[in-house]
Design a protein around this ligand. Sequence first.
Ligand code: CMX
Length: 437
Amino acid sequence: MDQIKKKLLEKGEKECAVVKRLISEFGNVVVESVNIDQILTGMKGMTSLLTVTSKLDPENGIRYRGYSIQELQDKLPKTSPDGEPLPEGLFLLMLLGELPTLEQTQSLSKEWFERSHVPDHVKKVLDAMPLEAKPMTQFSTAIISMATDSLFQKAHRAGISKNDYWDTTYEDVMNLIARLPVVAAYIYRRTFKDGTFIEPDPKLDWAANFAHMMGYDDEEIYRLFRMYMCIHADHEGGNVSAHATHLVGTALSNPYYSYAAGMLGLAGPLHGYANQEVMFWIYEMIKVIGDSDDKEEIRTQIEAYVRKTISEGKVIPGYGHAVLRVTDPRFTAQQQFAEKYVADDKLINIVNMLYDIVPPILKSLGKVKNPWPNVDAFSGALLQHYGISEYFFYTVMFGVSRALGVLAQLIWDRMYNLPLERPSSETLEWFKEKAGI
Ligand code: CMX
């Protein structure tokens, strides 16, 4: 058994005993009560999931196994001291709960490279799709078509014990994560470039290889991809992509199906598609506000455009969050990256200006719980700066990164043998009766 699996099993045996004990000895402990508004407004703040990979703090943002993005900047292995952490290291941290060494991290880069071959039929399935098919449509289709290789599904059909489900889930997850950049880059090149496929480079790490296969070979872009893949990787268990992956996984659907379900959720405008909406909205705004060099004039025009968007009953994309109540540290991480590497960029300047203008306007509405920017408010401008201008592709990039967290968690779901998820629902009559109306 390889080292990662061995560690996972050691940790798993201890933790499974705790989960079993919680259910059998402490199953009756009341942890919190539930209000009608929580049920009717998207179950926000209702604890209902066990997620070990990360925890989202409303005031401080994401913590991967207890570490903030800022802390991981220093603590996770990098290929150069002034560079960005490798997402492979973040995956090991989320999976095993311990900071990995550089050697362990680079060994995972190598392993993912070796597992990265995508079956020919997947490319044929993609080639059969019209070029107009949205990248997220292509991406989710490709993921489902890779399920022909699911080792979990084969083992389940062969009748293995449920105590061993985690093992083939782990194998599927490792293969899937290894292949995602290849599949995503294939979609990018067939949809937006000349359709020629660039082979992965065995000398590059997982994120740098993704950039390389898309056709971008530059150390600064590699760094951008490493940072991007780390900051989008996980956001505890309740967000739509994580929750959908977990939910479908509890039916013992194979990891390919489970993750594809998560990606279909990520494709929604209130979730990962917001990174495309931000660009669409900004470009529409630029058409209206024009190209003046007068900063005050531009500011006034932007303010008017923001107010107009709201008055039309639309949301400002990239702003607000269901849990966060401060500026998203993932927004700040990207802003810092831009400060470090980008001297002056028109779009980034607009994004920074919006950061000044939008929150007071949203606050003034009196109903928006979080007027601050989220991760999607910055990511598009940064990608545009480096020439990756095809913003319909951005949610696919988010999705490749999100695999790291939701699939590490899926392994734990199977390790703990978490059962079929099946909450109750009630009719409107029931709610009226409870409310006494
Ligand atoms: N612009 C305008 N109005 C907003 C708003 C925004 N950015 N964010 C919230 N509101 C409004 C809501 O539409 C809601 O209005 P109604 O009561 O009239 O329906 C009200 O404020 C209260 O909403 P909330 O409790 O603050 O926010 P929710 O938890 O319901 O929704 C979110 C959170 C992210 C869906 C919402 O803030 C939003 O639509 N933001 C824009 C889309 C976006 O950036 N999504 C990406 C989130 C990050 C991610 O998952 O990738």
